[in-house]
Ligand binder design. Structure first.
Ligand code: COA
Length: 395
């Protein structure tokens, strides 16, 4: 196949009104609004409304939306009880994935596939995913789960359910900005997975379950966990350059660097870098400084050795930032999901209810069959006893 199209690069698979990325100029736009304007003026709740319903809310629409989010925060008690029986070593992304699929059991209108029913489902999931993540964190550490508050915004409620302590206004604001920044990013791997599943007319819980699986991989949302592991391994800022050189010399990748779309700085990483700098100074930790040195060392190495420009992506600075907020490392990716659910559900609704032609159809790409042992076709079937051993199956 054409090498330019590997991984579906350079192929437009659908029209979307939700998000636009200008990878050459480092611009990210949600429904027409620049991400930097949303960071400066909006909140995660308002941004979710914008993504889901297509416009910024007016008059009482935002308070109504926020009220609905607050009212939907609690989990079915049976789901919480089943969580207690899981092995405490279960990965948070796996627990999140199966719990989201389990929420379908409690949806009494599962056969209702209207737009309105799907918007209700999206609100329910935006609201409940943080509760699942916080409940699992406490359950696996043998701590009582903390019920969601009926006040407080989305960001501060999550931080409260995680630690049992009300966050400061500053902590809640920083976390809210992180949620805005991660909420949407066009046809990334997990969103494409969600839309691909939606194209079969599967229900929203299945689509989101698939998206969570895609997000967990280290080339996608899982990268932020690997970034923090790298920072911990480096530990001392002066070690950063040697660590990076060694990793790249031996053919490894530097997680948090590079992007399939941005060919310049990812605007999200600039904001996260500023926030990480503030928090790292306040907490007197080394994580921001190491991250900065990793960024610089990777860029210098790649330019010198491979004549390739490379830039940090959203995962590079979020790792240090979350660590300085005392968030356990393996919750970095579930937190990505807490935010990205807004984008995923908006895309599922767009996929199911696109108004203008060309309307989406069932995704069914072609593959170029290249055969393996005996060319493209025409293999003659030989009975098992007559077959020669051609290759050992690994034991
Ligand atoms: C995200 C990513 C998969 C995008 O890659 P891409 O632009 O589609 O390009 P490719 O994966 O085809 O890589 C192109 C070249 O750049 C190199 N490269 C890209 N990112 C790199 C990184 N982080 N570290 C080292 N080399 C990298 C690759 O090794 C490859 O070289 P090769 O052609 O000699 O194999 C890639 O940059 C990456 O693996 N980054 C680290 C994981 C990560 O942070 N993921 C989160 C993304 S938001």
């Amino acid at each position: 196949m054409d090498a330019r199209n590997i991984g579906l690069r350079n192929i437009e698979v659908a029209d979307t009104k939700i998000c636009s990325i200008d990878g050459n100029n480092g611009k990210l736009i949600y429904r027409g609004y620049d991400i930097l304007d949303l960071v400066n003026h909006s909140t995660f709740e308002e941004t979710s409304y914008l993504l889901l319903l297509g416009e910024l809310p007016r008059n009482g629409q935002l308070s109504d939306f926020s009220r609905r989010l607050r009212e939907a925060r609690a989990l079915p008690p049976e789901l919480l009880a089943r969580m207690k029986n899981r092995r405490h070593t279960a990965r948070p992304m796996d627990v999140l994935q199966s719990s989201v699929c389990e929420l379908a059991d409690y949806d009494t209108d599962l056969d209702d596939d209207t737009k309105e029913a799907n918007i209700n489902r999206a609100i329910n999931l935006i609201s409940k995913i943080p509760t699942i993540v916080a409940a699992w964190e406490r359950t696996r550490n043998n701590k009582e789960t903390i019920s969601p508050t009926s006040e407080g915004d989305h960001a501060s409620n999550f931080l409260y359910m995680l630690s049992g302590t009300k966050p400061t206004l500053k902590e809640a604001k920083i976390f809210d900005i992180c949620l805005i920044l991660h909420a949407e990013h066009s046809f990334n791997a997990s969103t494409f997975a969600a839309r691909e599943i939606a194209s079969t007319r599967a229900h929203m819980y299945s689509c989101i379950g698939g998206a969570i699986g895609a997000l967990s991989g280290e080339l996608h949302g899982g990268a932020n966990v690997q970034v923090m592991k790298m920072l911990l391994e480096i530990n001392d800022p002066p070690n950063a350059e040697r660590w990076v050189k060694n990793r790249l010399d031996t053919g490894g990748r530097i997680m948090g660097m590079g992007h399939a779309v941005y060919k310049t700085t990812d605007p999200r990483s600039e904001v996260l870098s500023r926030l990480s700098k503030i928090l790292s100074r306040e907490k007197k930790t080394q994580w921001f400084e190491i991250t900065e040195r990793v960024e610089r060392a990777t860029q210098q190495y790649m330019m010198k050795e491979r004549k390739q420009a490379i830039y940090p992506n959203v995962d590079l600075y979020s790792a240090a930032l979350y660590h300085d907020m005392d968030i356990p490392i393996d919750l970095n990716t579930p937190i990505f999901a807490i935010s990205r659910i807004a984008g995923w559900s908006s895309h599922i609704i767009e996929e199911k209810f696109a108004e203008a032609a060309p309307k989406p159809a069932l995704y069914r790409p072609k593959a170029l069959y290249v055969g393996r042992y005996c060319g493209p076709m025409g293999c003659e079937y030989t009975p098992l006893a007559d077959r020669e051993l051609v290759e050992k199956i690994p034991q």
